[in-house]
Ligand binder design. Structure first.
Ligand code: NAD
Length: 430
């Protein structure tokens, strides 16, 4: 495959992974970002996120001069064969996706792009955005292709280089073929669609995952009411290959930088198209309920009031394996606890002690979190929390309540040191 000249705008989780991986596939890539501090860091070979393998790819790309970083991509854009947009699409005031960054970037490159360039949108954007970008560009000689990204934080490089599928949405087939060609060295199936279908695929996938998680949390609530054990129920249910075990674990509610904003954006899109999508509305409502339920369970275990009560939080990121705190359910639960007057101490393997995150005083050591706390709440599924010395924990605690929102602790072990482990969707430890 011949080397292609590629510009990637936005060097976050998606852009940096895209740039470094495309360089590793043999292309020449210039990564652009408006964040000058981030670009300085990347030039110095430092990666701002926790992503296995990403630092090695960046260093390799810099060493073989296939990968560059800049705040000013104008010169690079003028010679780009492909220009990737990997920009934030946060939740706007009305719940829909805010396309400000995309529109700003498009306005900037509009008159710079060479004839025949393909603009490839990797951000998660509402249906119709590729057409809108084409209108903004107003360049019949430049095609716009939708190429949604499915990587997961914590395994971004592997997901990019070994995806289950690559979706290329193009209304001009030749442009789609050119984009598909960039990935020809990857073993994955390439699905070529129109731009509207490609844009929708990403939302459908994320909303389906959110729906699965909300369903599981609803089942967990039922299990508590019926005296059943959610882990046993889901183990049995997930063995049906039509259902599967992935995303079949209860928790404190789903979160992260994508599922909440994408489900709200999908709802807005559906409503605008005249379909209120009650199933998705219920999915979102169930998530808010789950977070409140965590707080209610804790309050009930502590006898009602949380006012002035010190609570230790284990885990702050939205899931294990990432340092991303954006829209973390752990922080959402912490906010609800703070609203009820709780005093919060927390720790997370990726967050430095001595800082404040929202109302949480962060410490480095999980045992310090327990010191003088009336209760502990495990919020993120970091595996290291499973192997804590619970006898030591119990000595530091000023109470006996542990609320494990990920069902990852062994209630019998905690019971053995005098602690009471409350899970989600299961009855109390014996
Ligand atoms: P991010 O916030 O990590 O990175 C975005 C980057 O764009 C930042 O570095 C920011 O400084 C930069 N930026 C903002 N405006 C700019 C501009 N005008 N010009 C140049 N740079 C600019 O975002 P992300 O997590 O990489 O997500 C990007 C898109 O990909 C979103 O639409 C997201 O929904 C989607 N997505 C994210 C993931 C994920 O796991 N994070 C997975 C798949 C898809």
């Amino acid at each position: 495959m011949s080397e292609r000249q590629i510009v990637v705008i936005g060097t976050g989780y998606v852009g940096l992974t895209t740039g470094a991986c495309l360089a590793s596939l043999g292309h020449r890539v210039v990564c652009v970002d408006i964040d000058a501090a981030k670009i300085d860091q990347l030039r110095a070979g430092r990666i701002p996120m926790l992503e296995p393998g990403l630092a090695d790819l960046v260093l390799e790309g810099q060493a073989n001069e296939r990968l560059e970083f800049t705040v000013d991509g104008d010169d690079a854009a003028a010679t780009a064969e492909f220009l990737f947009l990997c920009l934030p699409t946060p939740m706007g005031a009305d719940g829909g996706a805010d396309l400000f960054a995309t529109e700003t970037a498009v306005a900037r490159i509009r008159d710079l792009l060479p004839v025949g360039c393909v603009v490839v949108n990797k951000s998660t954007v509402p249906v119709g955005t590729a057409v809108r970008i084409a209108e903004l560009l107003d360049r019949p000689d430049v095609a716009v292709v939708s190429n949604p990204e499915f990587l997961r934080e914590g395994s971004a490089v592997t997901d990019f280089l070994r995806p289950d599928r690559i979706v290329v949405g193009a209304d001009v087939p030749a442009a789609g073929e050119r984009v598909a060609g960039l990935y020809s060295r990857l073993p994955s199936p390439i699905l070529v669609t129109d731009t509207a279908s490609a844009e929708l695929v990403k939302y459908v996938a994320n909303c389906f995952l959110a729906m699965k998680l909300s369903f599981v949390n609803a089942v967990a609530e039922l299990c508590e009411r019926f005296g059943a054990d959610v882990d046993e129920v889901l183990d049995a249910v997930g063995r049906d290959p039509r259902i599967g075990h992935a995303y079949l674990r209860p928790g404190p509610g789903w979160g992260g930088s994508c599922l909440p904003k994408d489900s709200e954006a999908m709802l807005r899109m559906a409503e605008t198209a005249g379909f209120p999508f009650p199933l998705l509305r219920a999915t979102i409502d169930m998530n808010a309920r789950q977070r409140m339920r965590v707080v209610a369970k804790l309050a009930s275990a502590l006898g009602g009031s949380l006012d002035g009560v010190r609570i230790g939080l284990l885990g702050l990121t939205f899931k294990a394996g990432t340092n991303d705190l954006r829209d973390s359910p752990a922080l959402a639960v912490a906010d609800l606890l703070a609203d009820r007057g709780a005093e919060l101490l927390g720790c997370d393997p990726t967050v430095a002690g001595g800082t404040k995150v929202g109302g949480i005083t962060v410490v480095d050591d999980p045992y310090e979190v327990a010191e003088g706390a009336k209760a502990l709440v495990l919020l993120t599924d970091w595996p290291q929390f499973r192997t804590l010395d619970w006898l030591r924990m119990a000595k530091f605690l000023d109470g006996t309540v542990v609320l494990d929102t990920r069902n990852q602790l062994d209630p019998e072990v905690l019971d053995g040191v005098g602690l009471v482990c409350h899970g989600i969707g299961r009855s109390l430890s014996p």
